[in-house]
Ligand binder design. Structure first.
Ligand code: ADP
Length: 263
């Protein structure tokens, strides 16, 4: 039996993304995944790393993340200065996937190290040690971002985005989202159907002001709480209505949809 296929993380595909990713890996092209939060971008990358049998180095980017956080830095250990590789450097040295989640959040100096790795050069210059690393064939750079809540200034620069092949992720259609809830939580199909219908009614509320629509992740949370014996309305209050907004009125409007579904 092939252990690589038996230990795969659960991933419900939307279309051709698995084939595209495999082609990109074979041909050493970097991949950009864009889409709202909680719709399976990170799970997809974990699944692909396991499927291809590659180590995965994940970096959750934030607005203080610098090139040194990716590449590495000198540390003082027992009075000695020693070099410590960052996750990007480790992935380049050892081979595997380096996944930069929410890459637009990172400081602008990170583009200096991303660009030469993301084009035909496939190199990583380490200024502080004077090294120039050449990425092995198994190295792959994958980045993700959420175009929804980025402001104009934070969008990806064309010079960066045009180094990647791109995949768009979106909310799954009802049938696929039901399959995800069942596959992920083992909940019964009736509950999955109701939660997905609830999620879609929340997503289509256009008179309430939500920063982001209900994600598949939150529907998974609701299914988990209900599966553990919680009252469905209380579970959806906690997993959906209160997680989506701090506005008391908006939250009450969301809860009305919950009671219409489960009341
Ligand atoms: P993102 O990286 O897009 O923010 P994640 O990949 O972390 O989102 O997905 C959030 C959760 O939603 C996962 O932990 C999983 O439970 C569920 N999920 C979403 N899409 C899928 C999918 N296609 N297959 C399996 N699980 C999924």
């Amino acid at each position: 039996m092939d252990m690589r296929t038996t230990n795969l993380p659960y991933y419900q595909a939307a279309g051709q993304e698995i084939a595209l990713f495999e082609h990109a890996w074979c041909k050493r092209l970097p991949v950009l995944i864009k889409g709202p939060t909680g719709v399976g971008k990170t799970r997809f990358v974990a699944y692909m790393a396991a499927r291809l049998g590659l180590p995965l180095f994940t970096v959750a980017c934030h607005d203080d993340l610098t090139a040194a956080d990716l590449v590495g830095r000198h540390l003082i250990q027992d009075g000695q200065t020693v070099w410590s590789d960052g996750p990007l450097t480790r992935a380049v040295r050892e081979g595997g996937i380096c996944y930069l989640d929410e890459v637009v959040e990172a400081r602008k100096d990170t583009t200096v190290v991303i660009h030469p790795l993301a084009d035909h050069r496939r190199t990583l210059p380490i200024d502080r040690t004077g090294e120039l690393l050449h990425a092995p064939d198994s190295f792959m750079l994958v980045v993700s971002y959420n175009p929804g809540y980025q402001n104009f200034l934070k969008g990806l620069k064309p010079s960066t985005r045009q180094r990647f092949v791109s995949l768009r992720f979106d909310f799954p259609d009802a049938e696929r989202e039901e399959a995800i809830l069942i596959g992920e939580t083992g909940c019964d199909p009736m509950l999955a159907r109701r939660l997905v219908a609830l999620g879609n009614s929340m997503r289509s509320l256009n008179n309430v002001d939500l920063e982001e629509a209900a994600s598949t992740r939150l529907l998974v949370y609701a299914a988990i709480l209900i599966g553990d014996g919680m009252d469905p309305i209380e579970a959806c209050r906690a997993a959906l209505a209160e997680s989506l907004t701090d506005d008391v009125e908006v939250s009450a409007a969301l809860l009305e949809l919950v009671t219409a579904t489960f009341g």
